[in-house]
Design a protein around this ligand. Structure first.
Ligand code: ADP
Ligand code: MG
Length: 622
């Protein structure tokens, strides 16, 4: 509990004790009024002040105003106990709600407990100095001891260790890293001593980006939240006018009919009406549900950038995938080298050098196949052409490395056999130099991911790829994907997604899942862009609406299931709160439900709605 909450608890206890005490003391007249004003002021002064402030700012209609009018009204009518008790229970409800909200916020930030407090740098005589991660420049060597968090992104210079990435990815198995590996901030070093050369400043490092993303998530409102804001704006004044009408009209009609007016009775009913109508259950529980849903997802390594995306996820009907790096591991292995007029090692060397600057999975595998350090000074004029390949000058010679389309573009005729897999052709100085066949492996869990999506009510799965048709068909058949389109350029992937978007019905959304390499435009075009490979690709974090921290395609179905659960809870709360309030309003107007029933309905609905909202944090079973 925070200091503020503790103070509120003391106020509640003191005023409740005073009310109980006053029941035993027979006071009369002004003394009785004065005595009740003490607990009333103790428990309600902040509400009264806020209500007065609202009136002064000409924005009176909020729950403070409702409570102030209702309780002051009850006291004026001589119903002291009711007046004070309404305020007391209202404050108990508020305390409970602030405690619950604060607790789930703290839970989430504890789960996201990845913010490093310091970085160790080596001082002049080798001792470690702790500095603020913010002050560490790019290229500084930092030391991370076992048990410490990696404070900045970088490359390991020395040492090997097992890293715990669970705070980032939800993955509990440790990841082994060694010299030369890239590491990202937020992981915890569990075993060896690491010396790391930083490659990013703190503000650009993965931790900062993730924290920023999670902190801003609740500012992007979902349709139900916007609805409640609008609803409250009309609802509260409407209820106030309704209450005025309830207080005035029946007595006037009674007078006209020659009966006794019973003003007191009707004013009391109107005040009850006000207490019941307080919309705080909705105003509090709906944003809380989304917050809990986003928090639950982040615990599983799924970062959702806003409540609006959680809402969109729950309506997913079509899921479109990229192939390489999304459904496949993107770790190609060279299965055959077919050179033309040079030896195989020479061909691989040309290819690896030309690819030296590319981040594409194909480039990574060629560099691995080459197996030697790349002398970047031999490479100039690099140009990477999306969906084609790369061209560069290596040792002064023009080299092109890519698919058949690239060869056609540089005017080289391909002379290849029927090698299986993805073919990387190489041309040197405009002459065909041979091809390298590479093969990718399907991700473990990719098939399950597709099945799980179908179980979550996704009606169509589509794969878009720039790779050859036979490779694409084989992967799709193995994964049970409904539809494949192959040999696409990045721009053609966008137009396919646009075609799918045009055909969808209202209230349905299309998600695109990619790795952020070559497909950032598609990620931003789809209703929901889901990026894989946050453990590396910046473009993905920027362009996507949802980021899967550990590249596991099964998490998409999990995210959809979580979003559906969250929305179910939101609609339950809306129906429950509006339903109970509606019934109580009628009963209050008819005089069946009195002030006590009103306050229990109000606080009770709020407590139940908040408890229900917190459920959105728990991960559903798939
Ligand atoms: P995917 O849709 O499978 O993710 P991309 O759109 O990234 O594939 O690339 C499509 C095709 O373009 C690849 O299959 C490959 O033939 C070629 N290509 C793209 N980038 C490169 C590169 N850096 N080196 C060689 N070939 C490339
Ligand atoms: Mg790709």
């Amino acid at each position: 509990m925070s200091r503020k909450q503790k103070k509120m608890l003391v106020r509640i206890i003191v005023s409740a004790a005073l009310i109980a005490l006053l029941q035993a003391v027979p006071l009369q007249g002004a003394w009785r009024l004065a005595a009740y004003m003490v607990p009333y002021w103790i428990i309600g002064y902040d509400i009264l002040l806020k209500a007065a402030k609202g009136v002064r700012n000409r924005q009176p209609f909020d729950e403070n105003f409702l409570m102030a009018v209702a309780t002051v009204g009850a006291i004026v009518l001589g119903e002291y106990v009711e007046g004070v008790a309404v305020m007391l229970f209202y404050q108990i409800g508020e305390l409970f709600q602030s405690y619950a909200v604060g607790k789930s916020r703290r839970n989430i930030s504890a789960l996201m407990d990845i913010r490093p407090d310091y970085a160790n740098i080596e001082g002049a005589d080798g001792e470690l100095v702790r500095v603020d991660p913010d002050e560490v420049a790019i290229g500084t060597v930092i030391v991370v001891q076992p048990g410490e968090k990696i404070p900045l992104d970088g490359v390991i210079l020395e040492g090997h260790a097992a890293l715990n990435t669970s705070a980032l990815t939800g993955e509990s198995l440790p990841r082994e890293v060694q010299e030369g590996d890239e590491v990202i901030s937020g992981c915890v070093n569990m075993s060896g001593l690491l010396r790391i050369r930083t490659t990013r400043e703190f503000g650009e490092s993965t931790v900062s980006k993730i924290l920023e993303l999670v902190e801003n998530a609740s500012s992007r409102k979902s349709p139900p939240e916007n609805f409640i804001t609008k609803f409250a704006r009309i609802y509260t004044p409407a209820v106030c006018y309704g209450a005025v009408a309830l207080a005035l009209l029946p007595p006037i009609v009674r007078l006209l009919l020659g009966m006794e007016a019973q003003f007191g009775e009707w004013v009391m009913r109107a005040l009850t009406f006000l207490v019941i109508s307080c919309p705080c259950a909705l105003v509090v529980s709906i944003p809380l549900s989304f917050f809990a849903g986003i928090g639950g997802a982040s615990r599983e390594g799924v970062l959702v950038k806003g409540s609006n995306y959680l809402h969109a996820l729950s309506q997913t009907k079509v899921v479109v995938f990229d192939k390489t790096g999304t459904m496949t591991q993107g770790v190609f292995e060279v299965s055959e080298v077919s050179p033309c007029g040079m030896d195989a090692a020479q061909l691989v060397e040309w290819a690896a050098l030309a690819e030296s600057y590319s981040a594409h999975p194909i480039s990574q595998s060629l560099k691995r196949a080459y197996g030697q350090a790349i002398d970047a000074s031999r490479v100039q004029d690099v140009e990477e052409i999306g969906g084609h390949g790369v061209t560069a000058r290596v040792d002064g010679k023009r080299v092109a490395v890519g698919n058949e389309r690239l060869m056609a573009r540089v005017g080289v005729t391909v002379q290849a056999g029927r090698q299986p897999g993805t073919l990387v052709h190489v041309a040197v100085e405009g002459v065909y130099a041979g091809c390298i066949s590479i093969q990718d492996r399907i991700k473990p869990g990719a098939r399950e991911a597709i099945d799980a999506l179908h179980r979550q009510g996704v009606s169509r799965t589509v794969m878009l790829t720039g790779d050859r048709d036979d490779v694409a068909q084989k992967v799709a058949a193995e994964l049970n994907i409904d539809e494949v389109h192959s040999e696409l350029l990045p721009a053609q992937k966008v137009s396919w997604v646009e075609t799918i978007l045009e055909k969808k019905a209202k209230g349905e959304t299309v998600a695109f899942v990619g790795d952020g390499i070559n497909d950032a435009p598609v990620l931003s075009r789809a209703d929901i862009g889901v990026a894989m490979g946050a453990l590396g690709s910046d473009a993905a974090i920027e362009a996507a609406d949802v980021v899967l921290m550990d590249d596991d395609p099964r998490k998409i179905a999990l995210a959809i299931a979580l979003s559906r659960k969250c929305l179910r809870i939101v609609y339950q709360n809306i129906a429950f709160a509006i339903g109970v309030k509606g019934v109580c309003l009628v009963l209050g107007a008819l005089g069946v439900a009195g002030m006590w029933a009103a306050i229990f309905a109000d606080v009770g609905v709020m407590v139940l709605a908040v408890l229900n909202a917190i459920r959105a944090m728990r991960i559903p079973k798939l």
